[in-house]
Design a protein around this ligand. Structure first.
Ligand code: G16
Length: 543
């Protein structure tokens, strides 16, 4: 076993995005690419001497090799201990939990989340801080700065560590503890939720279908939903994680989880359907014939979380990302809860959760979570829904109908234009900025613009400022459109157009969102000129 210093040079394009660094896998496999970024993480956090880190990933192609490299670099640089999931697997929420309960100095998660995996698809690496949450911007700025100054990294040359066997081992002077990836997480879920009530619901014939999309939640969902809660074998489908997610796109939305949608809209549909993503932090909830938008899911959970034991004391407050619909704001207003609006990216919830200002958080991008960890958590959302349904005995559709009757409905849809020419996308955004002063008062497709600006955020806990977080156009009557460029894509630019309108008419609560939003969609096109600027006739994905 030899410790060597490898000379290297800065590599372009290592700026962390919305959630860590995501690139094509073959880029990560180029000489020094992974090592440079890992070294930059170590430098950015002040070195790893004497520290304990958690390590795990979603099992996508290159996960196992990257884990060995990270272990060898940590060992070469004086790290005291790495706690790693068996076979280098940990879902993102389970990693967050592990970082917290073992009081470690943080962790490295290998994942490109909902992006496809495989040699030709995506890989990613991100650092989570000791609170279990994604590194905030000051840390990612330090990591990025280190990528631009790197000249060498230290690594041990040795054979691979056996990650198949649970237990303690070592690498040089560093301890390596291989842990069961599921056990601690499952125990946490059992603390938060009334497993007896959910098991009784299921035993009474309530049928569920959970689509793990060949990704990391397979073993978690099988252990919890089938083995502990008694759902019949086969309730969890696509349960075996595969390095390429079976060739699929592990993003739980109606497009990429179409099989689940078809099953849930069939004549013999189960009562409850759900899916999660590559690394287990996103979720999609579907009832029989009833798709629940992530924004509505957050609002319904905020209104009913007290029915689960872990939240029986009520909520300290709620938070949502800016492009997420205002449905949860209505719940907060009715229940007298503080409600925060943050930029896109789970990292922005961290301070609010740590300070005890928010208990539940959520994003339109299929993420919901609470202060139990510092990441969004797919299976947690599924279990909270099941706990609520077990207590009140309603169907998912009934939950939605009752919710809209009580609070009103925010019709919502997101239109994505993927792989757009980056210059064209920037041009579209800039052209709108140039119109901020003149848009208010003008009408487009019958909608009059009330406000036009770019969202910026001042963190109420640490005072940090984040600018350029999405363009907002508000319309008279409460509708709005938000334009943002994704920070998680790996090819060109992805333009996200978030469309929303408010409805308080009890006779108009069950419209198709695309119809209900037709005027807002037309106004967005008229203002931004999406077709002309991107050359696209229609969005690639409508959620
Ligand atoms: C990540 C972040 C989320 C964010 C999402 C969307 O999700 O963790 O907080 O909402 O990206 O990002 P964008 O719109 O920039 O693509 P994940 O599930 O990919 O980690």
């Amino acid at each position: 076993m030899e410790r060597i210093t490898v000379q290297t040079r800065p590599i372009e394009g290592q700026k962390p995005g919305t959630s860590g660094l995501r690139k094509k896998t073959n880029v990560f496999m180029e000489p020094h690419f992974l090592e440079n970024f890992v070294q930059a993480i170590f430098t950015g956090i002040g070195g790893v001497v004497g520290k304990t880190l958690v390590l795990g990933g979603d099992g996508r192609y290159f996960n196992d090799h990257a884990a060995q490299v990270i272990l060898r670099m940590a060992a070469a640089q004086g790290c005291a201990k790495v706690i790693i999931g068996q076979n280098a697997l940990l879902s993102t929420p389970a990693a967050s939990h592990m970082i917290r309960i073992r009081q470690t100095d943080g962790g490295i998660i290998m994942s490109a989340s909902h992006n496809p995996g495989g040699p030709k698809e995506d890989f990613g690496v991100k650092f989570n801080t000791p609170n279990g949450g994604p590194a905030p911007e000051d840390v990612t700025d330090r990591i990025f700065a280190a990528t631009k100054e790197i000249t060498s990294y230290d690594i041990i040359e040795t054979t691979d560590v056996d990650l198949d066997r649970i237990g303690d081992t070592s690498l040089g002077d560093m301890s390596v503890e291989v842990v069961d990836p599921v056990a601690d997480y499952a125990a946490l879920m059992e603390e938060l939720f009334d497993f007896d009530a959910i098991a009784k619901l299921i035993a009474g014939g309530f049928r569920i279908r959970f689509d793990a999309m060949h990704a990391i939640t397979g073993p978690y969902a099988t252990a919890i939903l089938q083995d502990r809660l008694g759902a019949p074998a086969g309730s969890v489908v696509n349960a075996v994680p595969l390095p390429d997610f079976g060739g699929g796109h592990p993003d739980p939305n109606p497009i990429w989880a179409k099989d689940l949608m078809d099953a849930m809209f069939a004549d013999d549909a189960p009562d409850f359907g759900a899916a999660s993503d590559g690394d287990g932090d996103r979720n999609m909830i579907v009832g029989r014939g009833a798709y629940v938008t992530p924004s509505d899911s957050l609002a319904v959970l905020a209104a009913n979380a007290h029915l689960a034991p872990g939240y029986a004391k009520g909520l300290a407050g709620v938070a949502r990302s800016m492009p997420t619909s205002g449905a949860v704001d209505r719940v907060a207003a009715a229940r007298g809860l503080d409600c925060y609006e943050t930029p896109t990216g789970w990292k922005f919830f961290g301070n609010l959760l740590d300070a005890g200002r928010a208990t539940l958080c959520g994003e339109e991008s299929a993420g919901t979570g609470s202060d139990h960890v510092r990441e969004k958590d797919g299976l947690w959302a599924v279990l909270l829904w099941l706990n609520i349904l077990a207590v009140n005995g309603k169907s998912v559709q009934q939950m939605l109908d009752d919710h809209w009757a009580e609070f009103g409905r925010n019709y919502y849809s997101r239109h994505d234009y993927e792989g757009v020419d980056a210059t064209a996308a920037e041009g579209l955004m800039q052209a709108m900025r140039d119109q901020f002063a003149t848009l208010p008062g003008q009408s487009f497709a019958g909608k009059t613009v009330a406000s036009a600006d770019e969202f910026s955020y001042d963190d109420p806990v640490d005072g940090s400022h984040s600018a350029n977080q999405g363009i907002r156009i508000g319309f008279d009557g409460g509708g709005r459109v938000v334009f943002r460029l994704s920070g998680t894509g790996t090819v060109g630019a992805t333009l996200r157009v978030y469309l929303e309108d408010v409805c308080e008419d009890p006779t108009a609560m069950n419209r198709d969102p695309q119809d209900a939003l037709a005027d807002i969609i037309a106004a967005a096109e008229a203002i931004a000129g999406i077709r002309d600027r991107t050359g696209r006739e229609a969005p690639d994905v409508r959620t």
